[in-house]
Design a protein around this ligand. Structure first.
Ligand SMILES: [Zn+2]
Length: 443
């Protein structure tokens, strides 16, 4: 018999999340934070005090798992804003405000691979303790960069930390910083294997294989997985050879890199969403058009190889890179599924699996214990209008979410969407967007 707090989802079409086709109508019984029965036995096992939710005509599926978020960044419009217009206390408060939006958008689990001021583990613990309302979270700390940098050019200092970056100068510092992060609660160690330099096109590999191994060996010895930002072929190959567990982007992967990924058994979260948003919608929010063709090319080239990786059995995860002005929290977590269908050519069921069952890795949980509608799995569930197994765009529109259930509890979706005003000093001020030459002034 079910105790207080039990939920019975009645008569929905069950989309298991493991890639198999939906079936139903069927019932799902939740007790505590677990699914205890799916199918005819669910109603029989339910006690009289169970709360019944009518799911007739709706789809019952696992909550989404976003493998690539930056919850502490606060939606900056530029690296300058991110690096110079944040302070520790405010960033923590804003992150605690923003994280509820993921839950309201149907995201019941996410991986935050790197963060400002190592705030990630504290936010994760605050969510777990019920201090802050949010999805399940796994947290990295500062991303490890060599002095050659990452995606912020010369904003990356020669040593020390800035924004999300910790510059590690030599192998000793790589090992020491990895151990320190694990001591302070990191679930994942993030490495920025590529970075951009002024006057050089594309991203360059900034680490050697030996350097990468110094981090991955140290982390693995302490039971901690590694995640790497790789936006060229050689970095993807090196990361795989070094034993990185999850590769972000894997842009422009070539056959050699793909072979290394398959051999090593590492997973990929391609994260097309940021590129696709900029290419398709950047002009609507004043983004420069300079990189649009470049980004479309990156999506096309990478999608073909992600398809090959998927077919070779590589685990593909869905990540949105939410956290920037072009990917604000709560709006784009399901867009990756659209790109996985349209550009990569996955079926909707395969794409959904990337954001559900496959996401167990991002949360460091055993396969089958989360991201699936199955007896014994975590009760992180959505009840949605329509059939996402035919049309994944359904999941991108919050209006289609009837219920979000996180750890067995219903999330209040009736509240207004959380809105706020800019904080003092948060945005980069500009004197002008163009030079006031005499010609511009009409003199
Ligand atoms: Zn990222």
């Amino acid at each position: 018999m079910s105790g207080a707090g039990a939920l019975l989802l009645v008569g929905g079409t069950v989309l298991p999340g493991d890639g198999s086709a939906p079936s139903g109508p069927s019932d799902v019984l939740v007790e505590g934070d677990r699914i205890v029965a799916v199918g005819p036995t669910a109603a029989e096992l339910a006690g009289p005090s169970v709360e019944r939710i009518d799911a007739t005509g709706h789809t019952v599926m696992p909550g989404l798992i976003d493998a690539h978020c930056h919850i502490t960044f606060g939606e900056p419009a530029s690296n300058d804003e991110l690096f110079f217009h944040r302070d520790r206390s405010t960033a923590a408060l804003v992150a605690a405000f923003d994280v509820q939006k993921l839950l309201l958008a149907g995201v019941t689990g996410f991986l935050d691979a790197d963060c400002l001021w190592n705030l990630g583990p504290a936010l994760r613990d605050a969510i777990e303790a019920g201090v802050v309302e949010g999805p399940r979270m796994t947290a990295g700390m500062n991303a490890l960069l060599t002095a050659a940098g990452g995606t912020a050019g010369r904003l990356i200092p020669d040593s020390g930390t800035a924004a999300y970056a910790h510059v590690v100068g030599d192998r000793d510092e790589m090992v020491r910083t990895t151990r320190q992060q694990i001591k302070h609660g990191a679930d994942w160690i993030k490495i920025h294997v590529t970075g951009s330099l002024p006057n050089r096109s594309g991203e360059l590999t900034m680490w050697t294989l030996d350097e990468l191994r110094s981090v991955t060996d140290t982390a693995h010895d302490l039971g901690t997985p590694c995640i790497a930002h790789c936006r060229n072929a050689s970095s993807t190959r090196l990361a795989a050879e070094a034993g990185v567990d999850l590769i972000l982007h894997a842009s422009f992967m070539d056959d050699t890199a793909l072979a290394a990924v398959v051999d090593a058994g590492c997973a990929i979260a391609p994260t097309f969403t940021f590129l696709a948003n900029l290419a398709d919608h950047g002009h609507q929010v004043g983004a420069g058009s300079g990189q649009v063709e470049l980004f479309r090319g990156e999506i096309e080239a990478t999608a073909a190889m992600v398809r090959a990786a998927h077919d070779a059995g590589v685990r593909i995860l869905s990540g949105s890179e939410s956290g920037f002005a072009l990917t604000p929290y709560g709006h784009w977590h399901a867009r990756e599924l659209e790109v996985l269908v349209e550009a990569v050519g996955l079926s909707p069921l395969e794409a959904i699996r990337c954001a559900t069952a496959a996401g167990a890795l991002a949360l460091r949980m055993q396969d089958g214990t989360i991201g699936v509608v199955a007896e014994g799995a975590a009760a992180d569930l959505l009840v949605v209008d329509g059939d996402p197994s035919r049309d994944v765009t359904i999941l991108g529109d919050r209006a289609n979410l009837r219920h979000v259930i996180s750890r067995g509890r219903r999330v209040d979706l009736d509240r207004p969407w959380p809105q706020r005003r800019p904080l003092p000093g948060e945005k980069v001020g500009q004197w002008a967007t163009e030079l006031l030459t005499r010609e511009a002034a009409g003199r």
